[in-house]
Design a protein around this ligand. Sequence first.
Ligand SMILES: Cc1ncc(COP(=O)(O)O)c(C=O)c1O
Length: 373
Amino acid sequence: MVQPEVLAALARETLSHTDPRFVEIYRHALMRTRELFACHQGEVFVLAGSGTLAMEMSLLNTVQAGARILVLSQGYFGDRFAQIAQCYGILVDCLTAEWGRQVAASEVASMLSRNRYRAVTITHVDTSTGVQADLETLVPLIKQHGALVILDGVCASAALEESMSRESGNPASTLDVVLTGSQKAIGLPPGLLVLAMGEQAMAARQAMPTVPAYYGDVLNWLPVMQNPSRYFATPPVNLIVAYETGLEGIFAEGLPARYARHRAQARAFRAAMRSMGFTVLAEEDLAAPTVSCLLYLRGIEDVAFRKALAQRGVIVAGGLAHLQGKAFRLGHLGNVTARELRQAVIAMAEVLQEMGNPVDREPALSAFDGLPE
Ligand SMILES: Cc1ncc(COP(=O)(O)O)c(C=O)c1O
């Protein structure tokens, strides 16, 4: 869902990237981005691109060819880090969880004690499985071993806390890099990448004389991020204006309230789905507040189900990889409201009925009782 004020910001007259009005908006958007991640000591980068480019930049700016990283994968997007690393000659060990589960902390500990890793990548929420990583356990463990923690927040940032602050947490458990794209919980159209790099991550880049990238080299962007009246490559002006508007909406809601709303809505949605007979792939204590992967009831045909839902205005995605045809995914993140999720449940009940699987929708809908609309 993109809010009307964000769409209106996109539709505003396009300013020159050197226009002082735009420079001020960019500066403010960067300041808000720092606040979002409590990135007070490091640097933030808001650029044209998608989450994948941010993943790529997070690796190429911190890890040299020939160095080794550990990828913690709980699904399709975790594996992508390993593919990117291979393109840059970075050596990779990968711990892969069965889809729907987390990587076991004991296995991470064992890998960390046997090898020296420059960085460990974590996918905060893997969009393919709806599983949330256990940052509270993993981050201190990784930091004890001196590796950088790189967090993919594409399906989490602005919906789950991702603090890089040294003051408010234990300095030994600081995230070093957080990256995301504009299109998920930030509630913008796709097109922007957001990359926050802490002090140690920036020091890692500074220590490398060169990196195998030009657009993707954060040192080329640093002067612009410190003073957006400077030029390196033309920024996507309207998207940045819209991003600043979107962030204002996020801060008007308040981060703690926003995180709590996501948790409450997600819990209610999953309860409703279970009550209609679906299985949530992730167990409740691992399930993400942003997206759910739901296994079909026996006999429900995937494409027909999603098509019938789309005709009712509810867009869900199919399962990825081996879950194709067996599961679908629904995003409950960003600006989505409890009312919209309730409507989605009603639409699903109608479609199930149409497909010859009638369900009692009332117990499912009661899961939303007490939530603000
Ligand atoms: C967790 C996660 N990481 C990375 C990506 C890749 O981001 P993008 O599609 O913006 O390149 C996605 C995309 O959905 C994602 O969900």
